[in-house]
Design a protein around this ligand. Structure first.
Ligand SMILES: Nc1nc2c(ncn2[C@@H]2O[C@H](COP(=O)(O)OP(=O)(O)OP(=O)(O)O)[C@@H](O)[C@H]2O)c(=O)[nH]1
Ligand SMILES: [Mg+2]
Length: 218
């Protein structure tokens, strides 16, 4: 019985996600959905990415959090339009929440919409938002076993950002094993090793992202 209820929710979500996707297509928007554990560095990566892209791509951001507007306030300082969604308890964004936020963003003047999902390695990935691609952010301090333990996000993502590389000497992480586990789950995935703190590795990630935006928008 419970399974039927969950399927109903997911089917309803898929319908709204398709509607979002249509709207994104009509407005020539490329949309990414960034996911990862609490504290993996999603907002920090985003802040640094915005600083790199702001002069070449028209950006907007949707921030998803259970409570507070803390992340939206951080993004605001980088001079791009941002809308905060509070899920009020839910561990993920859904397509309807995003649809509600879209009314408050002038989509005609945006090339790249970045959605930061609620910090969680599991729930958000089950809910399509109508995005073009999903991106996983994993801090190397979380341990090299995480892709095999939580494979769905890594399977569904077009790119995995391995963040906090500046802390590598303080961890026991095996980078070769981490990379090969991710590739086992998703052979075509791009992997970027970055430090959002120092900025190292972020240019390469930003170049890849711009290419994706241009591929969609011409
Ligand atoms: N050393 C180091 N710290 C980082 C790096 N990236 C982020 N941090 C720190 O990690 C903490 C969490 O970063 P956030 O960007 O807020 O993480 P988040 O994934 O957005 O967190 P939630 O939105 O709560 O899920 C902050 O104290 C950041 O300063 C990094 O590359 N290196
Ligand atoms: Mg955040």
């Amino acid at each position: 019985m419970e399974i039927q209820v969950n399927e109903g929710i997911l089917n309803l979500n898929e319908r709204v996600a398709l509607e979002n996707k249509r709207l994104f297509g009509e407005n020539g928007l490329f949309v990414i959905n960034i996911m990862g554990s609490p504290g993996a560095g999603k907002t920090t990566v985003l802040e640094k990415t915005i600083d790199i892209l702001v002069n070449s791509v028209r950006l907007a951001v949707i921030e998803g959090d259970i409570y507070t507007s803390k992340d939206a306030r951080r993004i605001e300082k980088h001079g791009v339009p941002v809308k905060q969604i509070n899920t009020g308890g839910a561990c993920h964004l859904d397509a309807k929440m995003v649809s509600g936020a879209l009314g408050e963003i002038d989509l005609r003047h945006v090339d790249l919409l970045i959605i930061e999902n609620v910090g969680n390695l599991v729930c958000p990935v089950e809910f399509n938002l109508g995005e073009d691609i999903k991106i996983a952010v994993l801090s190397i301090t979380e341990g090299d076993d995480k892709p095999l333990k939580y494979p769905l996000l890594f399977r569904e993502s077009a790119a995995v950002i391995l963040n906090k590389m500046d802390l590598i000497d303080f961890t026991d992480i095996d980078m070769d094993s981490l990379r090969s586990d991710i590739k086992k789950i998703n052979p075509g995935v791009e992997i970027f090793e970055v430090s959002a703190r120092t900025g190292k590795g972020l240019d390469e990630w930003a170049r890849w992202l711009i290419k994706k935006v241009r591929e969609k928008n011409g």
